[in-house]
Design a protein around this ligand. Structure first.
Ligand code: BES
Ligand code: MN
Ligand code: ZN
Length: 493
């Protein structure tokens, strides 16, 4: 069940989180409560260390079950949208102590005409942080599950706050779709079922086509087919289109790696932590989430999403190290390691996207290499781009939403490392260094010089600890970044 978020004018509440800016004089009478309560509030503050510093919390209980929790907001002048969202995220754990599952939030001293963005972004932070995946628990007691059902934001201008929140909530719905896809177990999310999930976007107005193995074969997408040939599940290629822009205007193309489980294939991975490879379809999940968000927002832009979906399994029919396949581009690929499968399926998907749609630019997302985790850890994703302006826009969108990236090099000298002895290109290098870069160089050979960017999201897709806007698990890193990138740079007003 999703959390209900609503906006209304201030009124007395049983459970209220009151956001207080640092240095504000709190005891000013407000409309929300009477002078007696105000006096008690003042006393409680005077008898505490509460100063409104960011992250400070002061719970105050009044008789008859009324509870006010003061939340420090920090200095008013130092705030920005990321801070507001963080505050919203922090509110979730406070509201969880509400016995009814409902609570209200008010910012002390906020006036009509104050930026509605403040309230809307706090609401967004709370909404994002409240996402849970609890469907497979059958024995937990209700009190051990996530309990918040409704948050009411009290603001002098609820209409304005609502107007500001609606598009943000649409982006959040995209994030939730992506997190769900990533979190579902690999026996549930297979290429077939993931293509069915994509088809649910039709109800939002996205056009969805699902190409079957037969069609992939006919087209010549042998790089995709090779990876999937060891699995009992049929490989698919999903093509999604959101045509909200001008007719005939070239689309932006988003391409996402969709390996629903990556065992490594015949070059099999070690057993420890292999279960994590259920999230190897995050790139595809992100593209689906962005398409959903664009459709819900009715974004005035043309975007096409292309997601190759496969399961990488070892079996009697699996691809071998040493195999040579002819990709859709015509280039032949020598497969030296069946665990470097993401680049293989993306090779065909990238070529297909540029060949069929003649896009303005292509952006791919992939949990592509362990090497990017060695390089950047779990804080920033790797960004590779053949285009300076594109790289800059993507970097800035990431900074704006707090999904941070760091650009990596694509110098030509790295390219020769993937020349094969018997084919045009090989899927791994013999040296040990620069694994994320050589993977990106491999992809670049299939972009046909269309302006292109690649995100290696192996380190940022799954978090082992709670983050400010996301509990432990799938982050959907990339959805908000791309949504912002598109909104800032390509949507008509
Ligand atoms: N899906 C993995 C990369 C990965 C690793 C994602 C850890 C998330 C967390 C990818 O398919 C892979 O196996 N890459 C290999 C490439 C190597 C064989 C050249 C790797 O990084 O080890
Ligand atoms: Mn792999
Ligand atoms: Zn993989």
């Amino acid at each position: 069940m999703t959390l209900k978020i609503s906006f209304q004018t201030p009124s007395p509440q049983k459970f209220l989180c009151l956001g207080v800016y640092e240095g504000n004089h709190l005891p000013e009478p407000t409309e929300t409560w009477n002078r007696t309560l105000n006096k008690r509030l003042t006393e409680a503050i005077e008898n505490s260390k509460f100063k409104g510093q960011i992250g400070q919390v002061l719970p105050i209980v009044f008789e008859k079950g009324h509870k006010i929790v003061l939340i420090g907001l920090g200095k008013k002048e130092e705030q920005n949208e990321k801070q507001w969202q963080k505050i919203g995220g922090a509110l979730v754990s406070v509201l969880e102590s509400s016995p009814t599952g409902e609570g209200a939030v008010e910012i002390h001293g906020i006036k009509k005409g104050d930026n509605a963005d403040v309230v809307a972004n706090i609401a967004l932070g709370a909404f994002l942080k409240s996402w849970r995946f609890e469907k497979y628990f059958t024995k937990k007691k209700p009190e051990d599950l996530f309990s918040i059902k409704k948050i009411t934001f009290l603001t002098p201008d609820p209409k304005a706050a609502e107007r500001a929140f609606t598009p943000l909530s649409h982006t959040a719905e995209g994030v939730f779709l992506t997190r769900t896809i990533i979190t579902e177990p690999p026996n549930v999310i297979t290429p077939e079922t993931l293509s069915k999930v994509a088809e649910t976007l039709k109800k939002d107005g996205v056009q969805v086509e699902v190409l079957t193995e037969k069609e992939l074969k006919k087209l010549g997408m042998n790089a995709i087919l090779g990876v999937g040939q060891g699995s009992i599940h049929e490989s698919k290629l999903v093509v999604m289109r959101w045509d909200g822009g001008k007719k005939k205007e070239a689309p932006l193309a988003l391409i996402g790696k969709g390996v629903t489980f990556d065992t490594g294939g015949i070059s099999i991975k070690p057993a420890s932590n292999m279960e994590e490879m259920k999230y190897d379809m995050a790139g595809a999940g992100i593209v689906m989430g962005v398409m959903k968000s664009l459709a819900l927002r009715k974004a005035k832009v043309n975007v096409v999403g292309v997601t190759p979906l496969v399961e990488n399994m070892p079996s009697g029919s699996a691809q071998r190290p040493g195999d040579v396949v002819k990709s859709l581009s015509g280039q032949t690929i020598e497969i030296l390691n069946t665990d470097a499968e993401g680049r293989l399926i993306l090779a065909d998907a990238l070529w297909y996207a540029q060949d069929r749609f003649k896009p303005k630019l292509m952006i791919d997302l992939a949990t592509l290499t362990g090497a990017i985790i060695v390089s950047l850890g779990t804080e920033r994703a790797g960004l590779f781009s053949s285009d300076e302006a594109l790289a800059k826009k993507l970097f800035e969108a990431g900074e704006a939403v707090g999904e941070l990236v760091w650009r990596q090099p694509l110098d030509d000298v790295y390219d020769k490392d993937i020349n094969s002895d018997i084919a045009d290109v090989k899927n791994v290098t013999s040296g040990r260094g620069a694994g994320a870069i050589t993977a990106a160089k491999f992809l670049q050979r299939f972009t046909n010089n269309v302006p292109w960017a690649h995100f290696d999201i192996a380190g940022v897709t799954w978090t082992q600890k709670d983050l400010s806007l996301c509990v432990k698990g799938a982050t959907a890193f990339g959805v908000r970044l791309l949504d912002r990138f598109i909104k800032e740079n390509y949507e008509e007003e």
